[in-house]
Design a protein. Structure first.
Lengths: 315, 382
């Protein structure tokens, strides 16, 4: 870059061309160091999605690392552009030709090698950061390969339907609520599924995002670290009220969680006995009562009746 | 001479012999957009009737009385009627009847006039200009939808559109931009410039080139007609169970995307064959401009990715009309299948948009003329 201009520049009579490349580097270096230190120590701990869970924390660290890598690159562009604008500005009355620019294989090669190293190292870093935090909060499908260590996690089934999230806790009798309550300091396994169309379960502060496909059990893991409020949103366009599929949940202390499960189990006992038995996926066609209700008002999809009664073939 | 050398000329209107050039008929008697519209309307009505005849017992929504198969067949036969009205099948029928097909250069030489841009013209420059105007129209229409979205989003609490209308507008905007404008560079610039840059006077398949253009207004009208059915609620990606569940507007989405996919395959394949077989003598692969290389690479993307899209859209249409279950998990299909098929096209799609721009940059007159370095390797000899 600047070194090429420096190498090929013909010095004006009696004047030694300053070493532009070195100058740009000396301007860039302290700026890059300061930027990186500020990003890592000051800005990093406040970057989204925060540190409420292990997956959120690892995502925060990843974003900080990428910002630390990106800031010097950005500064190279800005410093070099600024330097060029100021130092090589066209002076009044200067009609001289610019220096003849030739291809410089070393510089081209160094550039390609340098950018390849950066990209490949990011690839390695990303892969490691996906595997180590037990899948990094992403949905791993039916048979997850990256699991957290330390016994059976708390099972929470997330059921998406148009246009509401509900949660079932199979280890506490399989009751289904619209509240997401989790204990702190616990491995949590989300089994995400859908009853009708594709949704995407996103618990932002927990750093968890997993697609909810009908007939599919998508497993995502996390480990809760702090108490706090969690916003749950739907991240896959699922119809008219997709933007309304928002609920809030909370991470509470272990004692509060135990009390909540005990109370809710009793409170919803009658409802739980009417629900279909807990399963990893639900066949909407088999929920006959719901199917009839929906078909009579002319809807297909959710709740059975994929093909209305007027279709010749019924599954 | 006593012996008659010239054969007797049969009398034709205009006094020419058989096979000679015929005088042009007035513009309103020649096949063009206006006859295409007539053909499209007739075709739609026939298709709609046929769909109702075949599947009159099905309705998409119990209370609406509309029939998906009728709509889809209406679109299909309407498109065939549009193409027939434009005269696209005329050469085919001429050859079947034993006559010679129309000469390619006639329209290119017709002096002045804009009528040739509204016809099934076979000159590559004409098709290039048609494409340019076409994609600009599609772009501006998509832009109007974008302005509607921005108007709705001016205030968080005051709503101009209902939720259903807003979702419909978002879908139409996205689909118009992503679908109709896939061929935004390769269509106009590829068709116009590639033959010029390789020293050819025509594309390899002028009729296919023109067909690929004339499918786009049909796709445009079909996509806009979705608004008449209340649009589609799934944005431009059309993910499966929702697109099967949606009401009639989804047929417009799937059919328009299928038509555009067909147009893209024809466009790309034409460019590849042209550059392979119609380079001027001495125009080696190492000498063709970078822009032409970009067009060829992008055309490979078209040819490899667009058919999968057409397949996915076809499966959506059959799932919606004739009770196949490609994308229904509990009936043996998979919702992941649609995502796979769609994004098999969707990722190349974004490279289709990027490559021509990359190829235009080093070739552009600003880049090469004003600076001291030309695109590497394409220097003048010596």
């Amino acid at each position: 870059m600047a070194a090429a201009g420096e190498a090929a520049a013909a010095p004006a009579a009696g004047q030694i061309e300053p070493r532009h490349g070195l100058r740009v580097f000396l301007i860039w270096l302290p700026l890059a160091l300061v930027a990186d230190l500020v990003i890592w120590f000051v800005w990093g701990p406040h970057l989204p999605p925060g540190g409420m869970s292990s997956s959120a924390l690892s995502q925060q660290v990843d974003i900080t690392v990428m910002a630390v890598m990106a800031a010097p690159v950005m500064l190279v562009v800005f410093v070099y552009s600024g330097y060029a604008l100021i130092v090589w500005r066209h002076r009044e009355g200067d009609d001289e030709d610019g220096p003849p620019i030739h291809n410089n294989t070393r510089i081209s090669g160094a550039w390609i090698a340098g950018t390849t190293v950066i990209v490949l190292s990011l690839f390695v870093y990303g892969t490691v950061e996906l595997i180590l935090p037990a899948g990094a909060g992403a949905g791993e499908g039916n048979t997850p390969i990256w699991r957290p260590s330390g016994g059976t996690p708390l099972q929470v089934q997330v059921i998406g339907q148009q246009w509401r999230w509900t949660y079932r806790y199979p280890q506490f009798g399989g009751f289904e609520t619209t509240d997401l309550v989790l204990p702190v300091g616990q491995n949590v396994q989300f089994n995400v599924t859908s009853l009708d169309v594709i949704h995407s379960f996103s618990a932002y502060q927990l750093g968890v995002k997993a697609d909810a496909n009908p007939g599919v059990n998508n497993v995502a893991y996390t480990h809760t670290l702090h108490t706090g409020a969690v916003m749950v949103r739907c991240f896959e366009l699922c119809g008219l009220w997709h933007a309304d599929m928002t609920t809030s949940g909370q991470v509470v202390s272990v004692g509060a969680f135990r009390a909540w499960t005990a109370a809710t189990r009793v409170q919803l006992a009658a409802l739980t006995s009417n629900l279909p038995p807990y399963a990893l996926t639900y066949d909407a066609n088999s929920i006959k009562q719901l199917g009839k209700a929906f078909t009579s008002v002319g809807l297909t999809g959710a709740g059975g009746g994929y093909y209305g009664p007027q279709y010749p073939v019924q599954p | 001479m006593a012996i008659e050398i010239q054969p007797e000329k049969a009398k034709q209107p205009g006094g020419q012999g058989p096979g000679g050039p015929r005088p042009a008929r007035p513009w309103w008697m020649r096949p063009a957009v206006h006859t295409g519209i007539v053909g499209a309307v007739v075709g739609y009505l026939v298709g709609h009737w046929l769909g109702n005849f075949l599947a009159g017992g099905y309705t998409q929504v119990v209370n609406s009385g509309e029939n998906n198969l009728a709509i889809v067949l209406g679109y299909a036969l309407g498109t065939v009627g549009w193409l027939a009205g434009l005269g696209i099948f005329n050469d085919l029928f001429r050859q079947m009847a034993g006559k010679l097909p129309r000469e390619i250069t006639v329209d290119e030489r017709s002096p002045g006039g804009v009528a040739k841009y509204f016809r099934y013209s076979l000159g590559h420059k004409i098709v290039g200009v048609q494409y340019l105007v076409g994609v600009l129209v599609y772009f501006l229409t998509g832009g109007l939808f974008a302005m509607a979205i921005r108007s709705e989003l001016l205030s968080p609490s005051y709503h101009i559109f209902s939720s259903a209308t807003y979702t419909e507008l978002v879908g139409e905007h996205g689909t118009m931009m992503m679908m109709m404008m896939t061929s935004v560079i390769v269509g106009p610039m590829g068709n116009y410039l590639v033959p010029l840059m390789i020293g050819s006077k025509r594309m390899a398949f002028p009729r296919i080139e023109a067909l690929s253009f004339w499918l786009t207004p049909a796709a445009y009208i079909v996509l806009l007609s979705g608004l008449l059915w209340g649009g589609f609620p799934f944005g431009w990606t059309g993910y499966a169970p929702l697109s099967i569940q949606a009401t009639q507007g989804a047929n417009a989405y799937a059919f328009a995307f299928g038509l555009m996919g067909l147009s893209l395959v024809l466009l790309g394949f034409n460019i590849i064959v042209t550059v392979i077989s119609h380079r001027a003598p001495g125009m080696r692969w190492s000498r063709i401009p970078v822009f032409v290389w970009a067009m060829v690479s992008t055309s490979f993307l078209f040819v490899l990715a667009a058919p999968v899209l057409v397949g996915g859209m076809y499966m959506i249409l059959t799932d919606r009309t004739v009770q196949t279950a490609f994308f229904t998990d509990d009936l043996g299909g998979s919702s992941y299948l649609y995502q796979n098929l769609f994004w098999f096209f969707g990722h190349p799609e974004v490279y289709i948009r990027r490559y021509p721009a990359s190829g235009s940059c080093p070739s552009s007159s600003r880049c090469s003329a004003g600076s001291r370095c030309t695109a590497t390797g394409w220097r003048r000899p010596g």
